[in-house]
Write a protein that binds this ligand. Sequence first.
Ligand SMILES: [Zn+2]
Ligand SMILES: [Zn+2]
Length: 321
Amino acid sequence: MNERDIMKNSRTSLYYQLLVLIVASVCFISSCAAQTSSDDPGTKAPISACDAFMDNVTTRCEQDLLFVESNGLPTTHNMMVGIISWQQQVPLPQPYVGNNAWQIPLNPVLADNPISGASDLFRGAIALAVNGVPIFNALNNRGDDAYLAGELDQWGGHGGRGDDYHYHIAPTHLQTFVGVDHPIAYGLDGFPIYGLTESDGTTVVGLDEYNGHFDSDGNYHYHATETYPYINGGMRGVVGYQDGQVDPQPQAQPVRPAGVPLRGAEITAFSQTGFNAYSLQYTLNSETYTVNYSIVGGTYTFEFIDPAGNRTVETYTKGAN
Ligand SMILES: [Zn+2]
Ligand SMILES: [Zn+2]
């Protein structure tokens, strides 16, 4: 072997080593890519319900239950604007705390006899959003599609008969804060509710009538959809049940009698004007009306102002109604 051959051999060897390195890296990268593209809520470790809720609520995991305390009001978006079918209810902070906190099973169990939201569960919440706002059946307490009826604001919610704010469709806007790989809510049966896509962004296929399906590991989860049932279409998992609702569940505390529909009213503005003080504006027959309300101690004061500037005041005391 002459000097030139040695040079050539060592250069060949270097090229060979480089080639091995390149091939190895390509294999490594492609195997990572393959692993990433096959990720779904099943192959990725699911987020624990204990860690899934946003900062505006208080959570506590005890044995097989997650307790969530909230006042039921969102902190990342406005409310009420966009409602065109209004029953004169407003959002009031609710005492979902202590014995009245939300309880989410940490080890959900599939029910032998699931409860369909198409024919039942017209009362109370069926899910809890990760911002502590309850989610009711997409069908309202009269069995109508609340979204199509114009009863919901731009964020899918409204004030209920107890002036309790809740959504009736999936709050997919929460993904701006938690990400698409994160549940936006939990069914009261404990199964997570993801957005319009799988947690890796891929298309959702094979949903059952409850808007849920199994991932590759056999774990059940629900999804949001843009059409009925929008959110979990009932309780696929085991829950307590009584009088047409999941039971037990936290109770809203109304302070005034339930309102009646105000035909033709459209809510055009809503703002928080101070601590526990709010202002709502609506139009009716092209004229603007205002409702200002506030809570001081246990006293709830509502001030109604008509287009001519006339004021009517109503006060209510907590627990008196
Ligand atoms: Zn409602
Ligand atoms: Zn899925």
